[in-house]
Design a protein around this ligand. Structure first.
Ligand code: C5P
Length: 236
């Protein structure tokens, strides 16, 4: 019997309005190549990944296939149509998984610079027995809750807070059950759905370079990170 496999779902169907109007965020250029291309290359480079399923904007499926056709990788690559919300996009990608996949990661296209070690750490923790695993960082800012007027209600204790990144990893059955039970709720991350099912979500260390490209300044930072990587690889 062939060993069970690990797939990474990449929701990439968002418009990315906070980055400014125009092309869907995942297809915008970062150092001369679409953000999505960087993201897929990053996850496909991780040792434990056998398959990548991209949920693309419905009106840009062929364009997305074209963008991804040039990369060299050993992982199998599938492109499906995404949905109205991030959660819909992930649900559609789940339907495209073959039966022999038993571990599923979900990685935002908007985090193109995730180091492969973070992906491997998440896969490793699920393979070691966790139902659900998320990469996290300590929070550097003090976080306060405010009311409708913007007045502070209270200050959260920073030491117990974590900023959550992707890829988030799951036993396939755990993630599928959480999606089936979610009843159209629009969770901003998949671990949130799984928590709602009473499943324990474990954490592993994330990485600063796995930050999410959301606002224009994030693109400037991402270009700088790539330039630093190129310089340290002695390329270009
Ligand atoms: O908008 P935000 O940055 O939180 O989106 C996170 C990820 O979810 C992005 O990679 C985006 O492309 C994806 N997404 C999606 N389908 C949607 C909305 C967002 O795949 N309908």
């Amino acid at each position: 019997m062939r060993p069970a496999r690990t797939a990474v779902i990449v929701p990439a169907a968002g418009r990315g309005e906070r980055l400014g109007p125009g092309t869907p965020k995942a297809l915008r250029s970062l150092a001369g190549q679409p953000i999505l291309l960087h993201a897929v290359r990053a996850v496909a480079a991780a040792r434990g990944v056998d398959m990548v399923v991209v949920a693309a904007p419905e009106d840009a499926i062929d364009e997305t296939r074209g963008v991804l056709s040039g990369i060299e990788h050993d992982a199998q690559l599938v492109v499906v149509a995404g949905g109205e919300t991030r959660q819909d996009s992930v649900a559609r990608a789940l339907l495209a998984l073959p039966p022999d996949v038993d571990v599923v990661l979900v990685h935002d296209a908007a985090r193109p610079l995730v180091p492969p070690e973070v992906v491997d750490r998440v896969v490793g923790a699920v393979r070691a027995g966790a139902d659900a695993v998320i990469p996290v960082l300590s929070v550097v800012d003090t976080i306060k809750e405010v009311d409708g007027q913007g007045d502070v209600v209270h200050t959260l204790e920073r030491g117990v807070l974590r900023a959550v990144q992707t890829p988030q990893g799951f036993r396939r059955d755990v993630l599928q059950q959480a999606h089936a039970a979610s009843d159209g709720a629009d969770a901003t991350d998949d671990a949130g759905l799984v928590e709602g099912q009473g499943v324990v979500v474990a954490t592993v260390p994330g990485a600063e370079e796995a930050f999410k490209i959301t606002r224009p300044l994030d693109l400037v930072l991402a270009e700088a990170v790539l330039a630093r990587r190129r310089a340290s690889d002695g390329v270009g």
